[in-house]
Design a protein around this ligand. Sequence first.
Ligand code: ADP
Ligand code: MG
Length: 228
Amino acid sequence: MIELYNISKIYKMGDNEVYALNGVTLKIQKNEFVAILGPSGSGKSTLMNIIGCLDTPTSGSYILDGNEVSKLSDNQLAEIRNSKIGFVFQQFNLIPQLTALENVELPLIYQGVSASKRHKLAKEALEKVGLGDRLHHRPRQLSGGQQQRVAIARALVTSPSIILADEPTGNLDSKSGSEIMQIFKQLHSQGSTIVLITHDNNIASQAKRIVRIHDGQIVEDTCLTYIF
Ligand code: ADP
Ligand code: MG
C-alpha cells in the first residue's frame, strides 16, 4: 500500500543543507502495525509527513495505493489526506472550545457528511476508544490519555486506510501510554494499518514490525511476529 523508493529530503537553510532523509526505501502492506523507531532528529517526522502527503520528498518516488504521489494535483492530495489517512500527533491537537463529540465530527464536516450521520459515526468512534461516557466533555475536562483517545477517535472516524501516529504517547505518563498502545493493538486486530512513530523502545516493541531509522537512513527492519 505504501511504497517509498530511494526517498531523500533535503532542507536548505541558507548555505547549509540538512539531509533529513537520505535514500529511504520502505514498503508497508495493508494491515501492518509498524513502528518507526529512532532518536530525536533522525528524520521520523519528516518521513511521516511524506507518508501522510503533508510534505514532498526532494527526490525519490512515493507510491500510495498504486498512485505516484508526485503526479497528483493539490486537490487529489487533499482528498487523500482527508479520506485515506488518519493523523494522530503528540500534542493531541484538539480544539478546546469543542466537545469530544464535536472534535471527532470535524473531519466529517469537511467531507460534507450530514449532521445525523456525523453524530452517529463520531459517537461510535468514541465508544471504540472507550469514551462513550465522555461525549460532551471538553478537552480540558479530560486527562491527557483521554484527550489522545479523542484524537484517535477523530483519526478513525473517516475509516481511513492508514493511521499515522507521530509520538502519540510522547506527552503521556507510562500508564496512559500503555492504554493508548492497547487501543492501537485493538485497532490493528480489527484490520487497521498503523504506522507509529516513536523514540521509545518499549513502545516500538509493542508493534509487529520495527523499522529503525538513524540520520535519515533505515538501519534495521525487523518483523516481530515470529519472536516469542
Ligand atoms: P525526528 O522527528 O526524528 O526528531 P525530524 O524529521 O523532525 O526528526 O528532523 C530531521 C532533521 O531535519 C533534523 O536534523 C531537523 O533539524 C531537520 N529539519 C526538520 N524539519 C526541518 C525544517 N522545516 N527546516 C530545516 N530543517 C529541518
Ligand atoms: Mg519528530
